[in-house]
Design a protein around this ligand. Structure first.
Ligand code: HEM
Length: 237
C-alpha cells in the first residue's frame, strides 16, 4: 500500500496514470467512432435507423439483470473518473516540472525531438474538453436551444438536422481534427511512459500512432461531411 502510494506520487507513477487513463479514453473514442458508422448502415425491418437501434441498445444493455441505463451510467461514471484523473495528473506533471526548474530559462533551449502536436498537447487537450462539454449539451441533454431540435432516441434525425447547418458540421470536423492531433502525440507519449519505445521499433510506433489517429479522424468526420454534402437519405418521419 505504502509502495503503491509512493509510486503514484512519483513522476513516473503520475505519467503512468496519465497513460492508463489515456488508453481508457482512447478505447472510448474508438468505440464511439465505430458506433457512429452505424449512421451509414440503413434501417432495420421496421424502418428504424440502425444508429437509433444501437443507441437504444446502449441504454438497455444488461436488462433485465440490471435496471435500465445501469451499464450506461456505470460507463459514464468510469469514463468521467478516467477523464478527471487524466486531466488532474497532467496538471500535477506541469506543477512537478515547474518545481524541478524554479528558475526560468533565460532563453529557450534548443528543441530536441519535438513535433507541433507535442508542443500543443495542453492547448489541444483544453479545446477537446470544451468540445466535449458543448457536444454533451448538444446531443445528449439537448440543451442548446439555438441549434436544431434534438429529440431523445431519434439519433439519425438529430444528426440529419444538426449537420444540415453547415457551421455545426464544420465545428464537428474541426473538433475531430483536433482530437486526432492530440491522440497522435498522446499515443506516442504513452508508448514511451510504458517503456514500449525502443530505437528498433520507434519508427513503426510513430507510424502506428499516426495511422490510428488518421483512421479515427476520418471515421468521425465522415458523419458530418456526408450529411453536409447531401449524400445521406432524409430521415423517415
Ligand atoms: C465528430 C463526430 C461525432 C459525432 C457525429 C458524434 C455523435 C454523438 C451523438 C449523436 C451522441 C448522443 C447519442 C445518443 O443520443 O444516445 C454522442 C454522445 C457523446 N459523444 Fe459524440 N460524436 C462525435 C464526436 C465525439 C468525440 C470526438 C468525442 C470525445 C472526444 C465524443 C464524446 C461523446 C460523449 C462523451 C457522449 C455522451 C455519451 C453519453 O454519456 O451518453 N463524441 N455523440
Amino acid at each position: 500500500m505504502v509502495r503503491a502510494t509512493r509510486f503514484l506520487s512519483s513522476t513516473l507513477g503520475t505519467k503512468t496514470v496519465v497513460a492508463v487513463t489515456g488508453i481508457m479514453l482512447f478505447g472510448f473514442v474508438i468505440l464511439h467512432m465505430l458506433g457512429n458508422l452505424k449512421t451509414f448502415t440503413g434501417t432495420d425491418a421496421h424502418g428504424v435507423p440502425h444508429i437509433d437501434v444501437y443507441a437504444r441498445f446502449l441504454r438497455t444493455m444488461g436488462e433485465p439483470m440490471v435496471p435500465d441505463e445501469f451499464v450506461l451510467w456505470a460507463t459514464r461514471v468510469t469514463l468521467l473518473a478516467a477523464l478527471l484523473l487524466h486531466v488532474g495528473m497532467v496538471i500535477r506533471l506541469q506543477v512537478l516540472n515547474r518545481a524541478a526548474r524554479p528558475i526560468r530559462y533565460s532563453h529557450r533551449p534548443e528543441r530536441v525531438v519535438s513535433t507541433v502536436a507535442a508542443r500543443t498537447m495542453l492547448a489541444s487537450g483544453v479545446l477537446i474538453l470544451v468540445f466535449v462539454v458543448i457536444h454533451i449539451l448538444h446531443f445528449t441533454t439537448g440543451s442548446l436551444s439555438m441549434l436544431p431540435e434534438v429529440v431523445p432516441e431519434e439519433v439519425y434525425a438529430n444528426l440529419s438536422r444538426a449537420f444540415g447547418v453547415w457551421y455545426v458540421a464544420v465545428f464537428y470536423v474541426i473538433a475531430a481534427g483536433l482530437l486526432g492531433f492530440h491522440l497522435y502525440h498522446g499515443a506516442w507519449s504513452m508508448f514511451q511512459t510504458l517503456g514500449l519505445d525502443n530505437p528498433d521499433r520507434n519508427q513503426a510506433l510513430r507510424w502506428g500512432a499516426a495511422l490510428a489517429s488518421v483512421i479515427l479522424v476520418l471515421g468521425f468526420c465522415s458523419v458530418p461531411l456526408l450529411f453536409i454534402i447531401g449524400a445521406m437519405p432524409e430521415p423517415v418521419p
